[in-house]
Design a protein around this ligand. Structure first.
Ligand SMILES: Cc1ncc(COP(=O)(O)O)c(C=O)c1O
Ligand SMILES: Nc1c(O)cccc1C(=O)C[C@H](N)C(=O)O
Length: 388
C-alpha cells in the first residue's frame, strides 16, 4: 500500500478523528508545533465572551465568590486525571518556572541534612536556571546527570527530570526513575511540560513526590496559560513552599499579619490567579471529555510512527532520526540535518509548521486530538522537496 493510501485509511479509521472539529484550525496549514503552543479549541472564544461580558461585566467583583476564587483547584482537578492524580492534589497558577521554584525549595526544606540537587543534564534550560538559583539560596550543590546514569547517593535531596526530552522527544520511565530516587532516599520532582496531555504519567501510581507542567502545549490552554503544580495528599502538610502569598493562606480574608498555610493543595498558590487565562484553560479542557489518555497515547504512537515511515521512504539519509524508534518517545519526532534553521524556515514558508532547536534539530510535534495522518505525509513530502 502506498503512503498516500495508508494515510487515507488511517485517517478514515482513526477513532479520534472527530476531535479535530472541536478545534479552530486552518485546514490548509499543517500544524506540527502543538508541543510548543497548542491549537485553540472552539469553546475558548465563546467562553471568554461570556466571562468578559457577563462574569466580569455584569457580576463584577461578585464573581470572585461565584467560582473565580476556587478556580485554581477546580481546574487542577480537571487536569488531575490526565496525569494520573486523584482529586485535591493539583493546583493551577503561575508559570512552570515559578512552580519549579516553589517545588524545589519545598523539596530542600523537606530533605533535611541532604544538599545535592540532581538535574536532568538535557533539561529544558529554565529548570536548570531555577535549580541553580535554588541551590544558591539554600546552600545546595547542583549536579547535572544523564537520566540513564543518575549516580544518586546519600547526599541527594531531590532529582529534577523531564518525562519527555524537549529536544530529542525521548520519553523516560517515570516509575523506574522515581523508584531509583526513592531507593536513594531522595525526592522526585517531574517536569511534565512535554507529556501532560500526550502520554500516561500515572503520578499517584508511581508515588511521585512533586510535579509541575505547563498547559499551553498538549493541553491547549493558550499562550501563557497558567501552569500546574502537583503535591500528593501525603506530602501536603509538610509542603513548605517559599512564595507564601495571601492566596495560599488558610484564611486569606482574615487579613492576619501571620502566615498560616492552607491545609490542602491551595497552599501551592501565591497571589491572585490570572482569571482570564485560567478560565480560557478551563474551556479548553472540554476537548478531553470522553477521551482517555490511553487512546491519545495509541494515536500518538501511530501518528509519529507513520511520520517516521514517511521520512524513511521520502527523505531517507538526508536527515538523521534523533527520536527513539521504539515506544520510548513522546509525541514528537526530532530530525537532525545541516542548515536545520533554514530548512525549518522553508517548511514554514510552505505552511508546514514545526520548529527548530539548536544546534541542528527539526522538531515535529503531533497533537493526537487534532493531528492527521495526511499532515504527517505532507510534512515529509514537503521536507523532501525543501532538502532537494
Ligand atoms: C520542559 C519545559 N519546562 C519548562 C518550560 C517553561 O515553562 P514556563 O515558561 O511556563 O515557565 C518549558 C517550555 O517553555 C518546557 O518545555
Ligand atoms: N513557552 C514558550 C514561549 O513563551 C514562546 C515560544 C516557545 C515556548 C515554548 O514553550 C518552548 C518549548 N517549551 C520548547 O520545548 O522548546
Amino acid at each position: 500500500m502506498s503512503l498516500t493510501e495508508r494515510a487515507r485509511e488511517l485517517d478514515a479509521t482513526d477513532p479520534l478523528a472527530d476531535r479535530r472539529t472541536l478545534f479552530d484550525l486552518d485546514d490548509s496549514v499543517v500544524y506540527l508545533d502543538g508541543n510548543s503552543l497548542g491549537a485553540p479549541p472552539r469553546s475558548v472564544a465563546e467562553r471568554m465572551e461570556e466571562v468578559v461580558r457577563h462574569q466580569w461585566g455584569r457580576r463584577l467583583i461578585r464573581s470572585w465568590g461565584e467560582g473565580w476564587w476556587t478556580a485554581p483547584e477546580r481546574v487542577g482537578d480537571r487536569i488531575a486525571p490526565l496525569v494520573g492524580a486523584a482529586p485535591g492534589q493539583v493546583v493551577v497558577g503561575d508559570s512552570t518556572s515559578a512552580n519549579l521554584f516553589k517545588a524545589l525549595v519545598a523539596a530542600m526544606r523537606l530533605a533535611s541534612g541532604r544538599d545535592e540537587i540532581v538535574v536532568d543534564a538535557a533539561t529544558f534550560p529554565t529548570d536548570g536556571y531555577i535549580a541553580t538559583s535554588v541551590a544558591r539560596l539554600t546552600g545546595a550543590v547542583i549536579r547535572p546527570a544523564p537520566l540513564d546514569s543518575l549516580g544518586l547517593n546519600e547526599n541527594t535531596a531531590v532529582v529534577l527530570a523531564n518525562q519527555v526530552d524537549y529536544r530529542t522527544g525521548r520519553a523516560y520511565d517515570v516509575g523506574a526513575i522515581t523508584a531509583q530516587a526513592h531507593d536513594a532516599g531522595a525526592l522526585m520532582l517531574w517536569d511534565l511540560c512535554h507529556s501532560a496531555g500526550a502520554l500516561p504519567v500515572d503520578l499517584d501510581a508511581h508515588g511521585v513526590d512533586l510535579a509541575v507542567g505547563c498547559t499551553y502545549k498538549f493541553l491547549n490552554g493558550g499562550p501563557g496559560s497558567p501552569a500546574f503544580l502537583y503535591v500528593p495528599t501525603r506530602l501536603q502538610a509538610s509542603f513548605d513552599q517559599p512564595l507564601a502569598g495571601w492566596n495560599g493562606h488558610s484564611e486569606p480574608f482574615a487579613m492576619s499579619q501571620e502566615f498560616e498555610p492552607s491545609s490542602g493543595i491551595a497552599r501551592g498558590r501565591c497571589g491572585t490567579p490570572d482569571i482570564l487565562s485560567l478560565l480560557a484553560l478551563d474551556a479548553a479542557l472540554d476537548v478531553w471529555d470522553g477521551v482517555t489518555i490511553a487512546e491519545v497515547r495509541a494515536k500518538s504512537l501511530a501518528l509519529t510512527g507513520f511520520f517516521l515511515d514517511c521520512v524513511d521512504e521520502l527523505v531517507g539519509s538526508r536527515v538523521s532520526v534523533v527520536t527513539p524508534r521504539d515506544s520510548s518517545r513522546g509525541s514528537q519526532v526530532s530530525l537532525a540535518c545541516d542548515g536545520a534553521r533554514e530548512v525549518m524556515d522553508q517548511l514554514i514558508a510552505r505552511e508546514v509548521i514545526g520548529d527548530f532547536r539548536p544546534p541542528n534539530v527539526l522538531r515535529f510535534g503531533f497533537a493526537p486530538l487534532y493531528g492527521r495522518y495526511a499532515d504527517a505525509l505532507r510534512a515529509a513530502q514537503t521536507l523532501a522537496q525543501v532538502l532537494g
